[in-house]
Design a protein around this ligand. Sequence first.
Ligand code: NAD
Length: 461
Amino acid sequence: MITLETTDIKAIINQQQDFFQTGKTKDVNFRLTQLKILKQLVIENKEAVKEALKADLCKSEFETYATEIGVIKEIDYAIKNIKNWAKPKKAAVPWDFFNYSAKIYPEPLGVVLIIGPWNYPFQLIISPLVGAISAGNCSILKPSEIAPHTANLVSQLISKYFPPEYIKVIEGGVETSQKLLAEKFDHIFFTGGTAIGKIVMAAAAKHLTPVTLELGGKSPCIVDSQINLEHTIKRIIWGKFINAGQTCIAPDYLLVDKKIKADLVQSLKKCIQEFYGENPEISPDFPRIISQKHFDRLTKFLNCGEIIAGGETNSETFYIAPTLLDNVSFTDAVMEEEIFGPILPIIEYTDIEEAINLINSKPKPLALYIFSDDKNLQQKILQETSSGGVCINDTIMQVGISSLPFGGVGDSGIGSYHGKAGFDTFSHDKSVLKNTFLFDLNWRYAPYKGKLSLLKKIIGG
Ligand code: NAD
């Protein structure tokens, strides 16, 4: 990895600004071609992506396919819809503007910066890039240094398939990120933790650069008594332990109706065994924690409450078993920050109001999960809580629907992407109003004498 100096970074930005000025990226056919090249990049390098993720996170081939290479679906969706998204859209005009026509022209922003995290290090760089390409921008990508094999692969692949004046990867850690953030971009798209999100936004403010912040948080999972137990536990265990819990929208903790807690706990334990065997450490399907820092952070949480399943660790391989915690209180360390690992606290409630109040006492989460067949209860929770998104009777799957905007609210983020939302994030909606030369109405011009009564009629009130 070559660490770039500020002068090199400025040169790359200048080069991209010059390329953007040629207007090539504004051509919708150019964008379409680039999306097809991006798809080819993913398809032709599936093996290399798999190897990189194995090295960084010990990810199984299945999970790599489902959650990283699966970005192909997002590219396909953009390929299918881009011509429609990019078209100017007619806007309605009121009757007193009858001589005007109004249109909204989506236009690209220019040179954008995309900063990625380490947990889905391929998908979370490529997916925002789909939006940036679709909208007609040039992009600088900064993958996470914490997943070095994937960062290096992304860098090699992007430089093989795209010219640097159009898309360029800049590898590096915090220092590189800071050097990039000191420069002026036309948009910054950041995925990562809430604390770093604040640093990114402060840096962007110096240049009045708009930001999209895809952050994290504690996503609660409410489990009511009216459920299909078997389906519920499978969907929870899968969503929590995929990528060893290192998923921004993983159910962070369970809020369970007291009446079914004992049954649920028994079934959850059984399901962990069914999925990962007696000893998940030797399961080919269970990943590892990314780094020593995160391993140490997570093992401290094992001192909270009571371990009722799992709890085993291996400091040499950064293994932490799928773990269930009982008797956890809301003031325990594990409930004070996003867990982001394979530890699932189970908290009981007697009345749904109690669960809703607990959720509302914390910052707004990225995702909220409801397991219940009771439509009134579903509606009540939807109405009385706020979160980036909600998934009812399942986990994680909401992220796979390109027509649903994906993003947080409050502490879990600003803005959204995926599908049209990604196109919009990287576009400016330029409003264009056109008058006619065929005639001119005199009512607004001075002298105003005798014209006020007509104005009052037009405005009303
Ligand atoms: P992070 O915030 O530590 O790092 C993200 C990126 O920011 C990296 O590229 C890193 O180099 C850079 N960075 C780190 N410190 C910086 C600093 N001081 N100044 C400038 N740049 C800096 O996040 P992470 O640990 O890679 O990812 C985990 C977090 O990301 C979790 O909170 C998770 O919920 C969140 N996340 C959110 C989403 C989402 O779509 N909303 C997706 C994945 C992860």
